[in-house]
Design a binder for this molecule. Structure first.
Ligand code: SAM
Length: 282
């Protein structure tokens, strides 16, 4: 989150796809441009409001002309301007081109990316973190971030070359959890060093795991759940860095579970003690 006080933003109406600001926003589809600018695009009014309320810095608010005069949209625009973000009021054509799909959301925001520095991760109690070895599929990564949020994990660590969590497709799949789950990234060597200093269980999920995933006691110390790559599983070096290798027993003919599903199954077991059911149990 940026702490600098910014001058109020400006409002512009844009109808042309050749407008340089629009061209720049559309380039956020490319990872290289996201890396260079440190920005990304999030779609939907609720998401934009949630992100701002969680302290994320918005650079540009974009909304369709249909939002003009709508109380909620105008209030959001005023708030963005006061925080120093620019506001673009655009035609349907421009909105669709930015979202790269039909029926786009009426409101979108360009936000600054946030990455958690490795040395700020200080697990205590029975905190749970998830580490993903070279995750490749944007849908899997988005689903895992959403699931980590729902299970009450403290954050997700991306290990090695992974798909970009700030890609529009991944952000969509997180359903807003991108703004709730801290993300860190490390190369494999840095992660092995980090795992070696972990003050609790480092549970690697492995098809050759000797321990049923329901067996360890996850209630007493921080848990670092390590998941392997979709095709190759985790590297031998990562497996060696784990204090235990766990496996989800399977029936049927499938060799393995989908990565996001396996992460969900393990996470909800690890967090079982911390998740209370608030419905009636009649
Ligand atoms: N061919 C890969 C292998 O041999 O590991 C399959 C990878 S699987 C699709 C992706 C990841 O999901 C695995 O590395 C592991 O982290 C997790 N996974 C899938 N099924 C699992 C199971 N039954 N038990 C534990 N982890 C599992």
């Amino acid at each position: 989150m940026s702490t600098t006080v910014r001058a109020p933003g400006r409002v512009k109406e844009v109808t042309s796809l050749s407008n340089p600001i629009i061209k720049d926003i559309r380039l956020l589809e490319k990872k290289r441009h996201r890396d260079e600018t440190g920005l990304f695009l999030a779609e939907g009014m609720k998401l934009v409001i949630d992100a701002m309320e969680s302290g994320w810095t918005i650079r540009t608010l974009i909304y369709g002309k249909a939002g003009k005069g709508q109380e909620k949209v105008e209030a959001l625009a005023a708030r963005c301007l006061a925080q120093g973000a620019d506001v673009l009021i655009v035609s349907e054509k421009v909105l669709g081109a930015i979202a790269r799909r039909d029926n786009p959301q009426m409101v979108m925001g360009v936000f600054e990316q946030q990455w958690l520095p490795r040395d700020t991760i200080a697990p205590t109690g029975n905190d749970t973190w998830v580490a993903l070895d070279r995750v490749r599929d944007p849908g899997n990564l988005g689903t895992i971030i959403r699931t980590a949020d729902a299970a009450g994990a403290k954050g997700v660590i991306l290990v090695g070359q992974t798909t970009d969590p700030f890609a529009t497709e991944t952000v969509r799949a997180t359903m807003g959890s991108i703004f709730a789950v801290p993300l860190a990234r490390m190369d494999e060597a840095a992660f092995i060093d980090f795992a070696g200093k972990w003050p609790g269980i480092v549970a690697g999920t492995h098809l050759k795991g000797a321990v049923d995933y329901r067996k360890p006691d996850y209630t007493r110390e921080p848990v670092l759940l390590v998941m392997g790559n979709e095709q190759a599983g985790m590297t031998d070096e990562l497996a060696d860095a784990c204090t235990t290798l766990i496996k989800i027993p399977q029936a049927g003919r499938a060799d393995s579970l989908n990565l996001a599903i396996a992460t969900g199954v393990c996470l909800f077991e690890i967090r079982r003690h911390a998740l209370t059911f608030d419905g009636d149990d009649a």
